[in-house]
Every structure is written in C-alpha cells, then in structure tokens.
Design a protein around this ligand. Sequence first.
Ligand SMILES: [Fe+2]
Length: 353
Amino acid sequence: MAPSVADYEAPTRNETIKELKKEIKGPSYPFYYPHFDVNEKFPPTEIFEFTDPGTRADPAKPHLLTPNTITRDISPYLGTEVRGVQISQLSSAGLDELALLAAQRKVLLFRDQDFKDLKPERQIEIARHFGPIQRHPTSGNVAGFPEFHVVYRDAENDRFREYIGEDRANKTSWHSDVSYEKQTPGTTFFFILDQPEAGSGGDTLFLSQTEAYKRLSPTFQKRLEGLRAVHSAVPQAEHSRNRGGPVRREPVETEHPVVRVHPVTGEKALYVNQGFTKRIVGFKTEESEYLLRFLFDHIAKGADFHIRGTYEPGTVVVWDNRVTAHSATGDFDKAVRRHAVRLTPQAEVPIPG
Ligand SMILES: [Fe+2]
C-alpha cells in the first residue's frame, strides 16, 4: 500500500541544514586537493638500479592470496577484482607477491581498502616498495608531498576537458603514464577519494598491450623488432605553461623500444601510446605516421582485450604501466566531483623485445 501523507514528517531545521551542507560539500579528503606551485622545480632525473619486487615473489603468493582473499577475473587477458585483503597489512613478501600478480593480471581492483585513510608517509612508503616514486612535472600534487599525482574534477575545475578539448567526437585518450621517462612506471597505485555513484560514469578503460602484441602476425611482429620510438613530455609541458601551470622539470624526449619485455613474466608488449609517442626513430615522417596510426588504431579498436575499471568507495587500482594502456572516460555529470590520487613508482629502462 502506498504510504499516506501522514507517514512523512517535515524535515527538522537541523536536517535541512545537513542537506544544504551536503549540496555544497567540499572534497572528502581536502588534504589531497591539487596543489600547483609554479616555483616548484625538480632536477633532471638520474638513472637508478632497479630490481622488480615481483622477481622475489613466491609464485604461490601465500601472503597475498590467503584463504580470506577472494579474486574474480574480469577478462581472460587482464583485470582481476580482489577482496578480503588489505594492501596496508601486507608484509614485504606480500608486496612482492602483489607486484607479481599485477604483472600477470596487469590490472588489479582492490576493494574496501583502508589505503586512503593511511598517513601520506605510509602510503608513499608502500608504493616505494615498487620503485622510486615519479614526481610529476606538471600535474597537481600535494604541498610538501610531490610524490602524489592528483586527479581532480568538479563543477568548477575540469582539467580533463581542457586537455582533451571540446571538439572531439569521443573522449578516449589512450596512454601509458609518463612514458617519456627514461625509467618508465611499473606497478602503479591509484586510489579513489570521491567518485560518481555506481553506474554514473568515471570508470577507467584499460587494455593489454601484451595481447595487442600477440594479435599481430609473426611477420609483422618481426618487423617491429628492433624499432624504437620517441616519447615526448613537450606537449604536456607546453599545455601546462600555456595555462599558467608549473613546469617543474624541463620536458624530456626519450627513445624506447616499440616492443618491450616484462622483467618478471618475460611477456612481450607493445610500448607505443597515442598520448606520448611521437615518431619512429629512423623512419621518414610519412612512414612513421603510417605505422603509428596503425598501432594506435589497433590498440584502440581491440575492444576484445579491453576492460572497464570501476570504482567503489575504498577502491585501490594497481596496474602495471609497462604492459597496459588506459584512458579516462569523462562521461559523468559535470557537477559531480571525482577525486583520486596516483602513486607512480618507476621501474627499469625498457628491455627491448
Ligand atoms: Fe593516466
């Protein structure tokens, strides 16, 4: 039976104020509000020794995959949802196993994590297990903690839209994070603080560059062997400079192999992305454009080796940047706040495949 009018009570004054506060509520985690200091400067990066923690892991992963851990694969090629384990509680051996699982499954969606409520120093300490953390040259960070890369959008701030532009028929923008670095990111952490309601958008698209490579014919794979491509930080720096943002480190251009080998799994993966890869070394302009256009199309059209990463309160996504590309979706209501933080450990100089 439908409830009668008498079942409803007028809201009390306190309730009305609570509602109003909800409407104008700021970020749930204001500490991580993006900070831009144009005077912040970093020296050029230096080469460091790197051993992937995954190489030390017990293949059975007894510290990570305990009897309480529930895993659910999202697709055959990449993506596993993980419940029943707290990243914050993992021992050093457990973190090694996490690196191995991330390398194998490429994207892990850890649910119900307390990670966002840890002290920033502890968050950084955990991520540092996987390599020295990249300090982003242009993005929002946190005052005093340049290790945090902040992703933030609300009704007044939409850097994603500014970067993509208004004149695109779709908003996908496939990339591997900061692939212009000499030592590109490996096991990467991304934790959500505020997100659109379930089903209201703001997912992240991921694809397997390993599967993208496997789909090519042996003859074509052979043609890619030995090729190198230039990855450039210049457009990102120019974009930041043009809008009055920081350029904390002079932008670099780095050559990487077009096919790289993962140091833990030995798998080969394509390592070009539309976001940062500009040209093939030694090719004439038209040849380079022709090949890169094919490869960018190939990975973007491979919906059968893509997944959507979804967010719930407490989700931490861990992905391996060496063997994946990803794209934001930007499909959620303008008025909704989406706030997330990335910690980006850098790994080895790419191993040519
Ligand atoms: Fe990204």
